[in-house]
Design a protein around this ligand. Structure first.
Ligand SMILES: *Cc1c(COP(=O)(O)O)cnc(C)c1O
Length: 397
């Protein structure tokens, strides 16, 4: 047998992390790495956060799981806190980002079908988008590399160019149910929607009675410098999918909606066995407690300004390697002039710093939201050593 016991869908590195300490990871061989990947924008509080660990340990010993057939005191607490912090009136908890997006898609369809508009099932989505790996969420993405081998796709998605409002207008038809968009594309290369574009989508949604659903799985939960990225656009969405940072590393996602948008999500219409279980809810509450106690949003804005300032200065030293700095908050990217995977591997293996590659030749910089100035210094030192030693034109090519 040549297949590995772990299904080989990920090309895994030789680096095998076994322990986390705040903003660092330690490998099996004892080597330390500065973690500016954070489990792909997940470990908002870094690793080994005492409050999060304590909440999970306590809840695990008290009650880990019950079904959603029963009342949920902790679920009510977390849902109420999210309602108080956002546009939303109601929340469905999931175990992952793709499930949160899946719920957003179902909510948008059900909104129309609730009043008999069964033909309004199509969501307009955007080129280079990433929404997850379930069949519905790969169908929502235009990226063919995620479709290959898994066709037929789910019908009901129309792809248009990101930040092109005229293309959106042209794509709206009798079957349109709404829009599904990442305000800041993560996987696609840290590309932010323009102000005019997001405001334009809101206006079109109002004009045509469509659902504006945001995928804030990566850009939400403080990552962009506000609790959710939509706040920076001065718009109110109808539905938002959240995950990644929401559990600080514990598997948790959420679909947030207004009362109006959720009008089709009646009793018995949707569900999840694990979704919203007491252990996940305790983790979610602990993350929000830490956000408040440690003023995480202010830290994101402060550290973002510092790191962006330094990156802007720095990239000019290597014009043949770096093109531009992108992103908001601590959802940052440096567009490279080369395919980023080699540079990510070089930084990791030769300089002990973890980053993530993204689409559009982007090096993603998504550290824990609790980094301090010393981590920025360490990052810039390692990045600069990495750039200096990176073989742009390897011998023999
Ligand atoms: C990561 C991500 C998802 C999928 O989340 P999973 O937890 O992997 O299912 C969906 N949308 C966006 C924008 C993401 O970054």
């Amino acid at each position: 047998m040549s297949i590995t016991p772990l299904m080989p869908v990920y090309p895994r590195t030789a680096f095998r992390p076994v322990r986390g300490e705040h903003c660092h990871l330690i490998g099996e061989d004892g080597r330390r790495y500065l973690d500016f990947a954070a489990g792909i924008a997940v470990n908002a509080l870094g690793h080994s956060h005492a409050g999060l660990i304590g909440a999970i340990q306590h809840q695990a010993a008290t009650l880990m799981h019950v079904s959603n057939l029963y009342g949920s005191p902790l679920g009510e607490v977390l849902a109420q806190r999210l309602v108080d912090l956002t546009f939303a009136d109601t929340v469905f908890f999931t175990n992952s980002g793709a499930e949160a997006v899946e719920c957003a898609i179902k909510t948008a369809r059900a909104y129309h079908q609730h009043v008999g508009n069964n033909h309004k099932f199509e969501l307009i989505t955007f080129n280079q988008a990433f929404h997850g790996r379930t069949l519905a969420t790969i169908s929502a993405s235009s990226q063919e590399k995620m479709h290959k081998g898994f066709e037929p796709l789910l019908p009901g998605f129309k792809y248009v160019e990101f930040n092109d409002l005229d293309a959106v207008k042209a794509a709206i038809g009798p079957n349109t149910a709404g829009f599904l968009i990442e305000p800041i594309q993560g996987e696609g290369g840290i590309r932010a929607a323009s102000d005019d574009f997001m405001k334009g989508l809101r206006a079109l949604a109002d004009e045509h009675d469509l659902i504006l659903a945001l995928d804030e799985v990566q850009c939400g939960y403080g990552r962009s410098g506000t609790f959710f990225a939509y706040e920076q656009y001065g718009i109110t969405p109808d539905v938002v999918a959240s995950a990644k940072g929401i559990g600080g590393g514990f598997p948790l996602g959420a679909c947030l909606a207004t009362e109006k948008a959720a009008r089709g999500m009646a009793a018995g219409s949707h569900g999840s066995t694990y979704g919203g279980n007491p252990l996940a809810m305790a983790a979610g509450v602990a993350v929000l407690d830490a956000f408040a106690a440690e003023d995480v949003l202010a830290n994101v804005r402060d550290k973002s300004a510092k790191i962006v300032g330094r990156l802007e200065q720095f990239i000019g030293n290597y014009p043949e390697l770096f093109e531009e700095v992108r992103g908001r908050g601590l959802l940052l990217g440096v567009k490279l002039k080369v395919e980023p995977r080699g540079f990510v591997a070089h930084l990791r293996d030769n300089h002990g710093v973890l980053t993530v590659s993204g689409g559009d030749n982007t090096l993603r910089i998504v550290p824990p939201l609790v980094i301090d100035d010393s981590h920025i210094d360490e990052f810039m030192d390692k990045l600069s050593a990495g750039a200096a030693s990176f073989p742009l034109e390897p011998a023999g090519q």
